[in-house]
Write a protein that binds this ligand. Structure first.
Ligand code: SF4
Length: 833
């Protein structure tokens, strides 16, 4: 099933229906095993996540296996589903989660726990693994949170440890081969390397403390030894609604061996594995051609550490700058900012620059193994400002082990020194304070996490000292979110009871400060017998830990040695260049640091500056926007057409300046949900391309329902699309409620006659987040008649763009009360443009 026009009742309907390219719809009946891949946060966040599309492509790439996707519904959608008794369904076939053989969750951060339960519940899957029976799907989890699987163990039949693209297909094949029996399927999963089956081990407790498992187990994590052997999907998933990052994401390396002692990802994703420079260039070229994106994100835990990042950037810019492609490097370390790199970054990125000293003094930075000196931090800030950046963000962590008041004062002093590097009269420093949360499989896994009052006191200290410093902005993380994250990150199986209770008390979207229901969480924790101080307390370094069943490959003594070195403030150098510290991850055969296939700097060549005729030719597009595409907002429609035209090879003209924009205009915005057979858009081009060919190619890159119907070259003196004076004709199919109301008032013909008899005829124009506006519809309506079961309305649009909405008019004609929809369908059939 599809949710259809009921989606107009929720805030962002495009989160739930179609509107993306690259989705794969396979034959349900022909599949040997069907997997629903779930991301337990909203669609905009999930679509910016690198992992899920890789798994989706891997499963769908196999004959007879089928993967579809679902994302967590926002509160309004959950309320709609519950009110109508509808299940949460996948985007591809619209089937409920309960219909799949496997339901797999990516678990990127701890505070998605209640969202997982909401998705299971709405998808018709029992929440507890123990309650699932024959015919229910097996529920599988994976991702960083699975490194300590115990807090969520009761909800999962199995958890995948490590990098799932290495073993997920194997696991799905094993389930397919096992036949329909639930126990057989679970046996098959348990036989796969890297799969942890919680029901096969029983946690022991002594004196209220976790005391080990019966039987003792160790599940070894899976990893991809060589990124060049793991090519990402050839046709990436491209969302057409606005998401967190609208760019082509290319993973250039995995793993970071800098060894920051607080960083779980640094330990979970060892060793460092770089993709060869040539392979990155190929992926960027293919990805841009397939998507039409104008930004590329080069992703890794520490992009600046990529061997040959400078030549890579120059090569990419030389190849793509002429097409107005920009490159972003989201993670650069201070000490990777050599001048040449900064120069290259300046060519491609002009937004703010982030520097992460993490701690305010050299002593504490040595404790956490963030080995950058104050001189390097200030030097980097100076070079960043000198190079023309106006804004620098500084990231710090508070509540670190061995932190003292001097270290906090050190942050204040460092911020003031960085601020002093700002050029006179301009610049801004944003200071972001996060709260340290100790994580499993790190050298700090045993330490105490500071409590709420301590965090608040520390935040107060910074507010007092930094909030009034000119051109310095202070941001801090909600202490309650950090406390909850800490409870789940190092919890044992008893935490699951609190998560379940919190879910039942209505907690959802807990990682959003605005949505956190702290009272409910406190009640849930107390109900599960957990007190916050106990949950955040130090762990016995000689005692058992809830994540002992997970072997991420680290030598058991390594983390202990690193913890001791932290106390001594001793540095552990990066091992990427052969300086191995024996962490245990590498066998130096299959698994080893893989670096050193960088590109050389290409010969200098001036960046291509495309010729632009003056005035440039202008193309007019006539396009239709029906079905799911009617759920695209105006700017999303512009973005979809822009990307499709780029992917089709149309030489679009861009504005000048720091943020070049396509010289593209569409006709007046359609209300969300209104379909149209008569939309128009203008785009300026450097030269006229073969029109039939670009129309055909662009249509291959547009979402379902958005289609270019015709393209032609405009005579130079043709009026543009801004302004009004147009006439438009709409067909409105009334809802049964509107039909009933109209029948009660003499029928539609009588209502239409009363419209022509009335002067004025007032219609309320509803506007989201703005005051309603009352218009006299007689000023705008030039034609109104009944055509079978529909009403047809011809309206005039004023020069300022104002007109009366056809659905608002029908609402007023029927005399419906507020909040009742008047139109089951509205289609714009004609426009005189
Ligand atoms: S085994 Fe040695 S080279 Fe490999 S990740 Fe660990 S410290 Fe680095």
């Amino acid at each position: 099933m599809r949710y259809g026009r009921a989606l107009l009742e929720v805030e962002k309907p495009g989160r739930y229906e179609g509107l993306e390219a690259g989705a794969v719809v396979k034959d349900w009946g022909a599949a040997r095993c069907r997997v629903a891949l779930c991301f337990p946060d909203v669609y905009e966040i999930g679509m910016s996540h690198l992992g899920l599309p890789i798994l989706y492509a891997a499963v769908n790439g196999r004959d007879g296996l089928l993967a579809e996707r679902a994302y967590a519904p926002w509160h309004d959608m959950e309320a709609l589903l519950r009110a109508r008794g509808w299940p949460l369904v996948t985007r591809e076939s619209g089937r409920a989660l309960r219909e799949f053989d496997l339901v797999g969750f990516t678990l990127p951060y701890e505070l998605v726990a209640t969202n997982v339960l909401a998705m299971l519940d709405l998808g018709g899957v029992p929440l507890l693994a123990a309650d699932r029976g024959q015919g229910d799907p097996l529920v599988l989890g994976g991702g960083p949170v699975a490194a300590n699987p115990e807090p969520l163990a009761d909800f999962f039949d199995a958890l995948f440890i490590g990098e799932a693209e290495e073993g997920l297909v194997e696991a799905v094949e094993a389930v397919a081969a096992a036949g329909p029996g639930r126990a057989d399927r679970l046996d098959a999963l348990a036989g796969i390397d890297g799969v942890y089956v919680p029901s096969r081990v029983r946690p022991r407790y002594r004196g209220g403390r976790f005391d080990g498992f019966d039987p003792a187990i160790r599940v070894r994590r899976r990893l991809v030894p060589d990124l060049d052997g793991a090519r990402p999907p050839a046709r990436p998933l491209v969302p057409f609604i606005s998401t967190v990052h609208e760019r082509l994401a290319v993973e250039i390396a995995r793993g970071c061996t800098r060894g920051c002692r607080f960083c779980q990802a640094g330990y979970l994703y060892r060793p460092v594995r770089e993709r060869a420079g040539r392979a990155v260039c190929d992926l960027v070229r293919d990805g841009l051609g397939a998507t039409g994106f104008d930004e590329v994100g080069l992703l890794s835990l520490s992009t600046g550490d990529y061997t040959g990042i400078g030549p890579l950037l120059v090569s990419l810019m030389d190849e793509h700058a002429g097409d107005r492609v920009s490159v972003s490097l989201p993670s650069l370390r201070v000490d990777s900012l050599e001048p040449r790199l900064l120069e290259e970054v300046r060519r491609v990125r002009r937004t703010g620059f982030t520097v992460a000293p993490e701690a305010g003094t050299a002593r504490l930075r040595a404790v956490i193994n963030k080995n950058v000196s104050e001189e390097e931090i200030l030097g980097a800030a100076r070079r960043i400002f000198d190079a023309g950046w106006k804004a620098v963000k500084l990231y710090f962590m508070v509540g670190l082990p061995y932190e003292t008041q001097d270290d906090r004062q050190g942050i204040v002093d460092l911020v003031r020194r960085v601020a002093a590097e700002m050029p006179a009269g301009r610049g801004r420093v944003t200071v972001s304070l996060s709260n340290f949360v100790p994580k499993a499989h790190t050298p700090f896994q045993w330490v105490r996490q500071i409590g709420l009052d301590e965090i608040r006191e520390i935040q107060g200290f910074f507010r007092e000292r930094l909030q009034r410093v000119k051109r310095v902005e202070l941001k801090w993380h909600d202490a309650r979110l950090s406390a909850l994250e800490g409870v789940i990150a190092r919890g044992d199986r008893r935490v699951g009871a609190a998560v379940l209770a919190a879910y039942r008390l209505g907690c959802r979207m807990d990682s959003w400060t605005s949505e956190l229901r702290w009272d409910a969480w406190q009640e849930a924790l107390a109900g599960a017998g957990l007190d916050l101080a106990g949950a955040l307390a130090a762990r016995d370094p000689d005692g058992p830990l809830p994540w002992d069943g997970v072997d991420v490959g680290l030598d058991p003594g390594f983390l202990r040695r690193e913890w001791e070195r932290a106390g001594a403030g001793a540095a552990t150098a990066d091992c990427r260049d052969g300086n191995c510290h024996g962490c245990g991850l590498c066998d130096f055969d299959r698994v080893r640091p893989r670096t050193g296939q960088p590109l050389a700097y290409p010969p200098p060549s001036p960046p291509p500056v495309p010729d632009e005729p003056d005035p440039p030719p202008r193309l007019r597009l006539r396009f239709s926007k029906v079905g799911p595409a009617s759920l695209l907002a105006h700017l999303e429609t512009v973005a979809a057409l822009h990307r499709a035209l780029r992917a089709a090879g149309v030489p679009i003209v861009y504005s000048r300046g720091f943020h070049p924009q396509p010289r593209m205009t569409l006709g007046p915005a359609l209300p969300l949900g209104t379909e149209s057979l008569a939309e128009v858009g203008d785009v300026k081009v450097r030269e006229v391309p073969p029109l039939a060919e670009i129309q055909r190619r662009a249509n291959q890159h547009l979402p379902e329902g958005l289609r270019i119907e015709a393209v032609w070259v405009l005579p130079p003196d043709t009026k543009g699309l801004t302004g009004g004076g147009t006439r438009e004709e709409y067909r409105v199919t009334p809802t049964p409620e509107a039909d009933r109301a109209a029948a009660g008032a003499g029928g539609w013909d009588a209502r239409v006659a009363s419209f022509w008899a009335a002067a004025p005829f007032q219609v309320v124009k509803r506007r989201k987040h703005k005051k309603d506006r009352v218009l006299d519809a007689r000023e705008f309506v030039e034609g109104l008649w009944r055509d079978g079961a529909d009403l047809v309305v011809r309206v005039r649009r004023r020069d300022d763009g104002t007109t009366v909405g056809p659905e608002d008019l029908v609402h007023a004609l029927a005399g419906l009360p507020d909040g009742v929809r008047a139109a089951a369908r509205v289609v714009k059939e004609r426009s005189d443009r």
